[in-house]
Write a protein that binds this ligand. Structure first.
Ligand code: PLP
Length: 397
């Protein structure tokens, strides 16, 4: 069996022939031509057997979908205009009035905001659970729970949960699980086959904006399943909501995907190097990086990702509380190579200070640190230059 990484480059899929559209080459199309009315009436937009309309797929988007499904070990993929749109698609497709969704308290913030905004407006309730305490999730599952979100590692605070245990509780209750797999990117672990068990999550979403794009220049998301019934539900909602993506963006991703595994390893190597160095700095109370001993959930990371020994190029540090938030802001402002900006996975290293207390639901679990947290996304610059940049910003503190 070839590895998915190889299949990204030598992929067996070729799209169906006879695509006819106003633009040749990279297929840019809203309109797709039919040979006759009978063919028009017979065409099914729900499968990849043919083409109906640009929104429902072109040779370009079908090809990208197949590669991304392989990457994460699924069978079906849908493309949407952003990672957040992928989260929205899953929640809108699988939840209805009266249902409840459970979300980790350390999840990607806009997922929580969508739940307290639109989902609440539609009569769908939500609760936050402690991702580091599978018992808390088990206690919060009820007959109304129809979807459980998972994320490994947690956003910003980087705790690595016991995914097999969380998934196990949901399976036992017949509840669908959806993993935000942006951190693992389909490379660090196999979300549909956790620890080689043959079992895993039901759905993954991936912010292709991050490592698959790799350029900091494309917004896109994917939703992958290996369950036909779930895929059909998602595809229906995808069609009704008009979640198409641009051919130019799909083309950029098809160009970036073959180098993703190499880039991911490079980001990871530099990040671990810098994270270990930051552990030795007296200004830093704790480094939060799941591949480093002493970080929350390190043992879970080791069990799930030990075989690949991979982690994303992302980590956070908590400053010693003798440094006030204004001083930490100044530290961030003094960095020259690290730029202030959201997102990650591109060539340029990024830094963002966060006030975690404002992001957490105090009733779920107490955030144990007093100092300010700063998240680093490590780019592709030379690691010694990045270390020198951090050192001069510490000197300026
Ligand atoms: C960035 C990100 C998203 C959202 O992706 P966008 O394309 O920016 O909407 C979702 N989940 C995680 C974990 C992310 O880091």
């Amino acid at each position: 069996m070839r590895k998915p990484v190889t299949d990204l480059i030598h992929h067996p899929y070729s799209p169906p022939a006879r695509f006819a559209a106003p633009q040749p080459g990279v297929y840019k199309a809203s309109t797709v031509f039919f040979d006759d009315v009978a063919a028009m009436r017979a065409r099914d937009w729900k499968t990849k057997a043919g083409y109906t309309y640009g929104l429902h797929g072109t040779p370009t988007t079908f090809t990208l979908e197949e590669r991304l499904a392989s990457l994460e070990g699924g069978t079906e993929c849908l493309l949407v205009p952003s990672g957040l749109a992928a989260i929205g698609l899953v929640s809108f497709a699988l939840l209805k009035h009266g249902d409840e969704v459970l979300i980790p308290d350390n999840a990607y913030g806009p997922n929580k905001a969508l739940a307290s905004g639109e989902l609440a407006n539609f009569g769908i309730s939500h609760r936050f659970y402690d991702a580091m305490n599978p018992g808390d999730l088990a206690a919060k599952l009820s007959d109304r729970t129809k979807l459980v979100w998972l994320e490994a590692a947690g956003s910003v605070t980087m705790e690595f949960p016991d995914l097999p245990a969380l998934v196990g509780h949901c399976r036992a209750r017949g509840v669908i699980t959806a993993l935000d797999d942006t951190w693992g990117a389909g490379l660090a672990f196999a979300p549909f086959d956790l620890q080689g068990s043959g079992q895993g999550v039901d759905v993954t979403i991936h912010a292709l904006t991050k490592y698959p794009s790799g350029g900091g220049d494309v917004l896109m998301g994917s939703v992958v399943t290996r369950d036909d019934r779930l895929h059909r539900l998602l595809k229906l909602t995808h069609m009704r909501m008009g979640f198409g993506v641009g051919a130019g963006d799909a083309e950029t991703l098809l160009r970036s995907l073959p180098s993703m595994a190499l880039r991911y390893q490079a980001h990871d190597g530099s990040a671990r190097d810098l994270a270990r160095w930051l552990q030795t700095r007296p200004e830093i109370e704790q480094v939060l990086h799941p591949a480093l001993e002493g970080s929350p959930g390190h043992a879970n990371w080791l069990r799930l990702c030990g075989a690949t020994d991979l982690a994303a190029g992302l980590f956070s540090v908590v400053f010693d509380s003798r440094f006030g938030s204004e001083q930490v802001d100044r530290f961030c402002d003094s960095l020259a190579l690290f730029r202030l900006g959201y997102s990650w996975g591109g060539p340029i290293s990024l830094v963002v200070p966060y006030d975690i207390a404002l992001m957490r639901d105090a009733s779920v679990a107490q955030w144990p640190h007093k100092g300010t947290l700063v998240r680093f996304s490590i780019g592709l610059e030379d690691v010694d230059d990045l270390r020198a940049d951090l050192a001069q910003a510490f000197d300026a503190l």
